[in-house]
Ligand binder design. Structure first.
Ligand SMILES: C[S@@+](CC[C@H](N)C(=O)[O-])C[C@H]1O[C@@H](n2cnc3c(N)ncnc32)[C@H](O)[C@@H]1O
Length: 289
């Protein structure tokens, strides 16, 4: 049900407002590190419907999504087999298919896979879209892939180190020898340095003719390998000022760039390139099988 609120105002080009959390929010969540046997699955089913309010404008279209990976994509042969194993709304998968690649898109969220299928149909793109968590990838009978993409912070949802390595092993197992794993994420060193906080977008985001205000509440644990929590909400603002809120609470386990390097090697991959630097907010790492 919508809650009436005054429309939010924003000034363009400003960083999100940072709000100090109340004491109860600043406490670390209980650690499940080392005591989990099943890999957690974050489904994003609620956020699927409002995902475009969370994505920067240039990445909204299939062509824009692919452009962000131009260096990697340009090196793939026409018709190369590609898996996007955290496909989300499918913009990258559809963009790759429109570039002439043979694309499979998988995700743990049924709502995300529905969106991927709808986007593929809208663009007349051939994408095999399947509901599949990383823990189930190994059971799939697929021809080996030339490249596997796991981008946009997805890997942090795999769980603590053992589960993250298991997810990477599953992805590596789908690559042909010499095939490339492509992974992007935030710079988690920076996220941890900033600590627990509530970030309100100062700028109202307009998508599909509707205005929305994204809010991110970060709960950062004391230990890297402990469960961290990100609560994401998008308040869609009606013309009458009523706000319809879509929110999801996501667990994540961040990792430093050196730990990622070790994890990739432990999964049987050889790191090939990285754009990591201490001062970049996001970075890409590729690794070969
Ligand atoms: C932050 S979104 C990124 C989506 C897309 N790659 C992008 O860049 O916009 C994370 C995605 O990972 C998926 N995901 C989370 N845990 C997963 C798992 N265990 N197996 C497969 N997909 C998972 C979510 O459903 C979600 O679509």
């Amino acid at each position: 049900m919508g809650v009436r609120a005054r429309p939010a105002h924003a000034r363009a080009g400003r960083e999100p407002a940072r709000v100090t959390l109340p004491a109860w929010r600043r406490r670390s969540p209980p650690s499940r590190a080392g005591c989990e046997t099943d890999a957690p699955v974050e489904t994003y089913d609620t956020l699927a419907g409002v995902y475009e309010w969370l994505v920067p404008e240039p990445l909204l279209s299939p062509a824009g999504s692919v452009a962000a990976f131009e260096a990697v994509v340009a090196a793939l042969e026409p018709g190369a087999r590609v898996l996007d194993c955290a496909a989300g709304t499918g913009t990258l998968a559809v963009g790759l298919a429109l570039r002439g690649l043979d694309v499979v898109a998988s995700d743990a969220s049924a709502a995300m896979i529905e969106r991927t299928r709808a986007l593929a149909a809208e663009h007349g793109a051939r994408v095999e879209a399947v509901l599949c968590a990383w823990a189930q990838l190994a059971a799939r009978v697929w021809e080996p892939f030339d490249a596997v993409f796991c981008v946009g912070n997805s890997l942090a949802h795999a769980g603590p180190r053992a589960q993250r390595r298991a997810a990477l092993r599953a992805m590596a197992g789908l690559l042909r020898p010499g095939g490339l794993l492509v992974r992007t994420s935030r710079n988690w060193e920076q996220v941890r340095e900033r600590g627990s906080c509530l970030l309100l977008a100062e700028q109202v985001v307009e998508r599909r003719g509707r205005r929305g205000l994204p809010v991110h509440a970060w709960t950062i644990a004391d230990d890297w390998d402990a469960r961290h929590v990100l609560e994401v909400a998008v308040g869609l603002i009606g013309d009458d000022g009523a706000v319809e809120t879509h929110a999801e609470r996501l667990d994540f386990w961040p990792f430093g760039h050196e730990v990622l390097d070790e994890d990739l090697r432990a999964a049987g991959l050889v790191p090939a390139s990285t754009t990591y630097a201490a001062d970049v907010p996001r970075y890409l790492v590729s690794a070969r099988r």
